[in-house]
Design a binder for this molecule. Structure first.
Ligand SMILES: [Zn+2]
Length: 207
């Protein structure tokens, strides 16, 4: 077996053949892996990222470089960018001055900000109440200020925080569902004056 070496093709000596056989095997394996990852990448970019169903446009015939950021055309790329820029707005209630003690508040303690959950618990970023209006958030904050202060044993300040999140329309659709559920839960709690976290008010799987 001849090998392509630094100074041209040569036939390895007997004691070298094992080394070169292993190297050839390694290189073949690397080639297979590269082909596999290229195929996986192509699989992800079969149709337009804008969701129009057209095939993705590439710069070249061998399909190595996406032409319109994974879209079929400049038009779809523009549409997709516009959509990604759209922001979804909702309101949350931030809690200042709360004392965080281990346990279930641990997540909140590791966050920069502490919020109210829809079931009136202190929550971090993941479980905060996402509300559909600033008025609702203000009413929730007003109603809970004394409740949280009493629970905490220290004065706290509750404030309305306007949140804006970017993302796809699909992500926004899912977030709107959460906002609707949280807002309904909070409205019902305000109506009943029920602020005990362990009391189930609506059928919300609260945090
Ligand atoms: Zn398209």
């Amino acid at each position: 077996m001849k090998i392509a070496g630094r100074y041209g093709r040569f036939k390895p000596k007997a004691h070298q053949s094992d080394f070169y056989a292993k190297r050839a095997k390694r290189e073949a394996q690397a080639r297979r892996e590269a082909a596999g990852s290229l195929n996986a990448w192509l699989e992800r970019h079969k149709t337009c990222a804008n969701g129009c169903g057209q095939p993705v446009a590439f710069y070249d015939n061998i399909h190595y470089a996406l032409r319109y950021s994974g879209c079929c055309s400049a038009q779809c790329e523009l549409e997709r960018e516009e959509r990604m820029r759209e922001l979804l707005t909702y309101w949350a209630v931030g809690v200042d001055g709360a004392r965080i003690v281990g346990g279930s508040n641990f997540t909140a303690a590791t966050m920069d900000e502490v919020f109210l959950s829809p079931t009136t618990k202190l929550a971090g970023w993941k479980k905060h109440a996402m509300l559909d209006s600033s008025e609702l958030a203000q009413a929730f904050a007003d109603a809970l200020t004394d409740v949280i202060a009493k629970r905490q044993g220290v004065p706290v300040k509750l404030r309305v925080v306007e949140m804006q999140v970017g993302g796809s329309s699909k992500a926004h659709e899912a977030q709107r569902t959460v906002i609707a559920a949280h807002s309904a839960e909070v409205r019902e709690r305000l109506k009943r004056g029920e602020f005990a976290p362990n009391k189930r008010v609506l059928d919300l799987q609260g945090p």
